[in-house]
Design a protein around this ligand. Sequence first.
Ligand SMILES: Nc1ncnc2c1ncn2[C@@H]1O[C@H](COP(=O)(O)OP(=O)(O)O)[C@@H](O)[C@H]1O
Ligand SMILES: [Mg+2]
Length: 255
Amino acid sequence: MLQIENVTKQFKNGFIALEDANIQIDTGEIVSLVGTSGRGKSSLLRLVAGLDVPTTGRVAIANKTINSPHSAAGIIFQEPRLMPWLTVKQNVEFGLEHLSPTEKTRLSATTLERVGLAQFARALPRQLSGGMAQRVAIARALVTNPAILLLDEPFSALDAVTRIKLQEHLLQIWAYDRPTMLLVTHDIEEAVVLSDRIIVMRGNPGHIYQEHTIDLPRPRKRTDLNFQRWKEQLLNALDLSEDKPVEDRNAAIRI
Ligand SMILES: Nc1ncnc2c1ncn2[C@@H]1O[C@H](COP(=O)(O)OP(=O)(O)O)[C@@H](O)[C@H]1O
Ligand SMILES: [Mg+2]
């Protein structure tokens, strides 16, 4: 279980990116954070990964406070961040330097199999499509068998068809051993197709505005009426006017 308790993050320059966030995530749950840019979503993910520390409040995994990088969580960013001079296999094995070569090979092979890239173990990143490269990044995060997967807009740089394929693929990966997943996305459809729960972040400083439990049965059909209703409801909750400069926002309010 992942606990985010009264977490505020203020940066050194005084800017408050996140204010008083409270989220409890059960083991195996898929939770999405949605919101326009600058709402503190990535900041929150970095706190869970232990890449940064809260100014006040606490992040804990199974009641153990997180304040430095740890192996309970694997993180996947928008761009795959692969090392171009290493093969796919070597990229996946990068975080396993403490293991024997045989064990590394065993783990990378099974993980590449899971993401459907077993035949590309010896390829270099430049030989891969964007979607394949992102699957390597997923394999690299999965290979240490983390209890929690953190995904920061993982598919937003990909074309629409690849994005849908990878969303389905992520659900298959999840079904295998059901890691807890905390996903940041501004793609509402992605959030609805994947999540048990969706947390809407808004405002400046960013804070939790709403929380929705998505009661749609799985597998979810994007064309279903109820699916469309959820999309509409969440889109309304985002308040896109917040993304505009203050003058525009006031103009929008006057209209
Ligand atoms: N290290 C930092 N120092 C100062 N401000 C930061 C820092 N990191 C992020 N911010 C600011 O905090 C706000 C929230 O950022 P972020 O968490 O990246 O938002 P999101 O992921 O929701 O778009 C933004 O306005 C951003 O400019
Ligand atoms: Mg972000």
